[in-house]
Design a protein around this ligand. Structure first.
Ligand code: NAD
Length: 276
C-alpha cells in the first residue's frame, strides 16, 4: 500500500500534506516527468509558481496521473510584477489555465515587496479569489511578522500559510513562533539549504545512527517541528528517498543537536531587500 504524508489542518479546516515536492529551477518538460514520478511514490503536494515557468508541465502531470485531482494539493504563487488590484485576478486565471485546473489548493503572494506598497490590496484580491472557491486556501510567502501585522491591522484574513526560507542553518525561530501564535502554518522553502548542509558532521552522525541519509534526517526534522516541507530534486531516486521519512523518529536530544546548528545562514535575499 502507498504510504502517504501526514497532513496539517490549515486555519480554514483544509488539510495540507506535510511533505510535498518543490519544482523551482525545474524545466517544464522535466517538471512533468518528476511530478508524475513523485505522485506514483506517494507525494500528494506540489509547489510551483508562475515565475518557475513550469506550471504547464505540472499541469500535464496532473492530467496524466492516475491520482485524482481532489487527492493532490497544488500550490502556486502570484509573481511580484502581478501584484495590485488591476492585475492579480488575471495572473491567477493564467496560472489556472497553465495548470489546466479549475482551482488550486493554495495560492500564495510570492514576496511582500514592501517598497511597492501593494501587498495589502493584493491580499484583498486573494480574499476575493478565495471567496469564489477557486483557491481552497490563500497564504503568503517571504512575509516577515511586520508584513503579517499589516494584514492583521487592516482587519483582513489571517494567511493560512507563510512559506519562508527555513533549514538547519536558518531555523527562523522568531517567525515560526509568530506563525504558531497566529495559527499560520510554516512551509519551509530550501528545506535542505539547497543541498549545502548535506555534508554537516552532526547531521551525518545522526543519519548514520538511523541508517538514513542526511536529506532524510533534515526532512524528518522539519516534519517533527510541525512545518510543511517541499524539498526539490529532479533525480527520481532522490525524490523517492526524500519521501521515505515516515518510518523513523528523531529523539529529543537529536532535535536539540540540530537546533544548535542555527547560524543565520540565509541563502536567499532578506524579504525587505527583495525588491525584484
Ligand atoms: P532544497 O533545499 O530543496 O534543495 C534542493 C537541492 O538539494 C537539489 O537541487 C539537490 O541538489 C539537493 N538534493 C535534494 N534531495 C537530495 C538528496 N536526497 N540527496 C542529495 N541531494 C539532494 O532547495 P530549493 O529547490 O531551493 O527549495 C525547495 C522548494 O522550495 C523549491 O523547489 C520551491 O518549490 C520552493 N522555494 C520557494 C521559494 C519562495 O520564495 N517561496 C524560494 C526558493 C524555493
Amino acid at each position: 500500500m502507498t504510504v502517504l504524508s501526514p497532513t496539517i489542518t490549515l486555519n480554514n479546516g483544509v488539510e495540507m500534506p506535510q511533505l510535498g515536492l518543490g519544482v523551482w529551477q525545474v524545466a517544464d518538460d522535466v517538471a512533468q516527468s518528476i511530478v508524475e514520478h513523485a505522485l506514483s511514490e506517494g507525494y500528494r503536494a506540489i509547489d510551483t509558481a508562475k515565475i518557475y515557468d513550469n506550471e504547464s508541465g505540472v499541469g500535464r502531470a496532473l492530467a496524466s496521473t492516475g491520482v485524482a485531482r481532489s487527492d493532490i494539493f497544488v500550490t502556486t504563487k502570484l509573481w511580484n510584477s502581478d501584484q495590485g488590484r488591476a492585475t492579480t485576478v488575471d495572473a491567477f486565471d493564467a496560472s489556472l489555465d497553465r495548470l489546466g485546473v479549475d482551482y488550486v489548493d493554495l495560492y500564495l503572494i510570492h514576496w511582500p515587496r514592501p517598497k511597492a506598497r501593494l501587498f495589502v490590496e493584493t491580499w484583498e484580491v486573494c480574499e476575493e479569489i478565495y471567496a469564489s472557491g477557486r483557491a481552497r486556501a490563500i497564504g503568503v510567502s517571504n512575509f516577515e511578522p511586520e508584513h503579517l501585522e499589516q494584514l492583521v491591522h487592516a482587519g483582513l484574513t489571517v494567511p493560512a500559510v507563510n512559506q519562508i526560507e527555513c533549514h538547519p542553518r536558518l531555523q527562523q525561530k522568531v517567525n515560526r513562533e509568530y506563525h504558531r501564535a497566529h495559527g499560520i502554518v510554516t512551509t519551509a522553502w530550501s528545506p535542505l539549504g539547497q543541498g549545502t548542509v548535506l555534508e554537516d558532521s552532526v547531521l551525518t552522525s545522526i543519519a548514520n545512527s538511523h541508517a538514513k541519509s542526511v536529506a532524510q534526517v533534515i526532512i524528518r526534522w522539519h516534519i517533527q517541528l510541525g512545518n510543511t516541507v517541499i524539498p526539490k530534486s529532479v533525480t527520481p531516486a532522490r525524490v523517492t528517498e526524500n519521501f521515505a521519512v515516515f518510518d523513523f523518529e528523531l529523539s529529543d536530544s537529536e532535535m536539540a543537536q540540530i537546533a544548535d546548528l542555527d547560524s543565520d545562514g540565509r541563502m536567499g535575499p532578506h524579504p525587505n531587500l527583495a525588491d525584484f
